[in-house]
Design a protein around this ligand. Sequence first.
Ligand code: AMP
Ligand code: MN
Ligand code: MN
Ligand code: MN
Length: 291
Amino acid sequence: MHALSNADLHCHSVVSDGTLTPELLAARAKAHGVELWALTDHDEVGGQERALAAARAQGLPYLTGVEISVTFATKVVHIVGLGFDHHNEQLVNGLRATRGGRGARAREMSEGLAQVGILGAYEGALRYAGNPELISRTHFARFLVETGQCYDVPEVFRRYLTEGKPGYVPHRWASLGDTVRWIREAGGMAVIAHPGRYGFTPTEEYALITEFIGHGGRGIEVVTGSHSAADILQYTDTALEFNLLASRGSDFHSPEESRVDVGKLGEHLSGKLQPVWTALSDRIHWPPSAH
Ligand code: AMP
Ligand code: MN
Ligand code: MN
Ligand code: MN
């Protein structure tokens, strides 16, 4: 297991805001040389059974995955869960409750956009949502690009969907403590997703990491599609300083939109780090051919 280097433990399918099915993702991961894969849809484990079967068919070792939206100190933080039992009732119910507010939020977003002349955004976004319960800002962004109101998805976020912009609606997601507990009590490991993206001050980041560890969280993403080379160095140090296990994942959503494709991360975890999979070996689903 220690020789494993091309792990991709973070990506999205049509079950949340990705554009590929779990089956196509598994095939793409395999074709790109992924040696250990996890599908981590936002707030939803409904794609896990398909991902498991597809990984098995591709001969790809698999860890169950999810990326949970958390409200922490007025900001949104994402926590990845890996290697849990995806049938665990507390986890499934907790995720269902977290998803609950998305419909009302989406309608409010649509009203905000209507006030600046963008009509029918709710219906438009819904057409892009493979899973209506998971309607997200990404689906609004795709609608605005398709209708020619913006050039690409990042421009939509900049102009319309981030704090202070007309389509932004603050939302209360799950708590950090509940999230880490759901993952742990389902037998999995909690991992802080893309820490370089939050724009926290050092004090805020320290609070996040120490509270996360206090709740039993054990991992942090170091190499991700959202990190610069400098971020990777910084969070390598952070992982060592706090004795956290290190994770690696592309955060791939779509061939047209994502900066890094599944399995195509350019950097590996530093040899100084302890990878998350070294502590999850009994949670890996091995395909028959791997034996
Ligand atoms: P939501 O969960 O509805 O708030 O949507 C969050 C999703 O939007 C994230 O998971 C990303 O896929 C996407 N996203 C967030 N910020 C940006 C950005 N600046 N540019 C492109 N996509 C973004
Ligand atoms: Mn997303
Ligand atoms: Mn995320
Ligand atoms: Mn993600």
